[in-house]
Design a protein around this ligand. Structure first.
Ligand SMILES: Cc1cc2nc3c(=O)[nH]c(=O)nc-3n(C[C@H](O)[C@H](O)[C@H](O)COP(=O)(O)OP(=O)(O)OC[C@H]3O[C@@H](n4cnc5c(N)ncnc54)[C@H](O)[C@@H]3O)c2cc1C
Length: 384
């Protein structure tokens, strides 16, 4: 395994740094100048869609170039791109969509003209996704599917223009069969979106209800009944992305700086042996995880596919996110209680509790920790 940067990689790293220095909007401009940022990326050769292959206008980077981009950008505020269209749906359309679907949807996804949401989970189908029941029946004329049922935990469903959705078109003994992948316009009559307010006090997830919703047959991706195959390829990429190891390393470095500002007796929190020990243990675990990520990248570079080790990254990466959030609450002490509107206490304590509470979900979404352990035991360790 060779995980050191080659000369080519170092040159690419330098190119990324120069690009960020020249084009990344600073401070409040990150919103107002986002269009210029995306245009600069496009002109650079698809850097506005880093994960896209060359044939669809992306940069076609290899695994180490992706790694370098992630490392160089993780402590910067990049203009926000919701993952549902660009990262999740686009590869499915590229691999399984028709030419017409690619031409209709990919340009708008790239230009941030439409918001997408993901309609996979249902009240009775989360970890056990294949038990989903939202029904899609083809009408007699064969022109439309009629969709009935409900999806839950739909992130950003309330601002989405479109949903990519798993529906059941047939019930057979093998539950993974008979699932059909549909693209649904959220303005279609019969769709109702109801908010779910999470523990952290915010509204980003929803329950979506379908009552005789008509979906044109040309909005089906691939073959009827084969949606499971299209949907599951996404999960390994989603899991590696959720792991967020670079971001957690940056959060930990920030926390160390903040802990220096928290007074304890005549000194500060970093003089406290027990707190310092917890930070050190978290950092050691994170560095070890970083090496697992590098090992997985080295495997992909050598011609492998991102495999079940994405479950190791997801499992441990989300546990580490939660550990750093817990240590942030500990550093904030009583001020953590004042989350949201508080003016009292150090500024880092204000978002600490909200991040801590919202962060509880990370070990559940994208496949809960127990499911990742199942995958690791079967596919990595070869047990059972
Ligand atoms: C904040 C948030 C955002 C989300 N966004 C989306 C979205 O945009 N689109 C979408 O489709 N879905 C989304 N989800 C849904 C998410 O994918 C599911 O929550 C997840 O798959 C778990 O399903 P569930 O909630 O039904 O929990 P369940 O499957 O009921 O699991 C609950 C608990 O049961 C235990 N458990 C389950 N299975 C096993 C097992 N095999 N072995 C041992 N223990 C087990 C685990 O402790 C697990 O945490 C989101 C969820 C959250 C929390």
């Amino acid at each position: 395994m060779d995980i050191s940067l080659s000369e080519e990689d170092k040159a690419f790293q330098q190119e990324v740094r120069e690009f960020l220095e020249e084009h990344l909007p600073k401070g409040a401009e990150v919103w107002s100048k986002r269009k210029e940022w995306f245009e600069a990326g496009k002109a650079k050769g698809g850097w506005d869609v880093p994960k896209w292959p060359k044939e669809f206008g992306g940069p076609g980077w290899n695994a180490s170039q992706h790694y370098i981009w992630d490392r160089e950008t993780c402590d910067k505020s990049l203009p926000l791109v919701l993952p549902f269209g660009q990262v999740m749906l686009a590869p499915i359309l590229m691999n399984y969509g028709s030419k017409e679907q690619q031409e209709k949807f990919l340009p708008d996804i790239r230009d941030h003209k439409v918001n997408w949401c993901q309609g996979y989970s249902e009240p009775g189908a989360g970890s056990d996704l294949a038990s989903l029941k939202t029904k899609a029946e083809l009408n007699e004329a064969g022109t439309h599917y009629v969709v009935n049922g409900t999806k839950i935990w739909t992130t950003m469903g309330h601002i989405a223009d479109w949903m990519f959705c798993l529906t059941r078109t047939q019930t057979t003994d093998v539950r993974q069969e008979g699932i059909t992948f549909l693209l649904i316009d959220m303005k279609t009559p019969g769709i109702e979106v109801k908010p779910i307010i999470t523990l952290g006090g915010s509204h980003h997830v929803n329950q979506v209800f379908f009552d005789n919703v008509e979906v044109p047959v040309e909005n089906r991706v691939g073959e009827e009944g084969k949606g499971w195959t299209y949907a599951k390829g996404l999960l390994q990429h989603e899991r590696s992305a959720i792991a967020g190891i670079s971001r957690t390393l940056v959060s930990l470095q920030k926390l160390k700086r903040n802990a220096l500002k928290v007074k304890v007796g005549d000194g500060n929190l970093m003089d406290d042996n027990s707190y310092r020990k917890k930070l050190a243990e978290a950092e050691i675990d994170l560095r070890a995880l970083e090496f697992t990520e590098l090992r997985s990248l080295a495997g992909v570079q050598a011609g492998g596919a991102p495999g079940s080790e994405s479950s190791i990254l997801k499992l441990k990466g989300t546990i580490m996110q939660q550990r750093v959030q817990e240590l942030t609450i500990e550093a904030a002490g009583p001020y953590a209680i004042n989350w949201g509107h508080a003016k009292a206490g150090p500024s880092f304590s204000r978002m600490g509790m909200e991040m801590y509470l919202n962060g509880r979900a990370a070990t559940v979404y994208g496949g809960c920790s127990e499911v990742q352990k199942d995958v690791i035991s079967k596919r990595v360790l070869g047990l059972g």
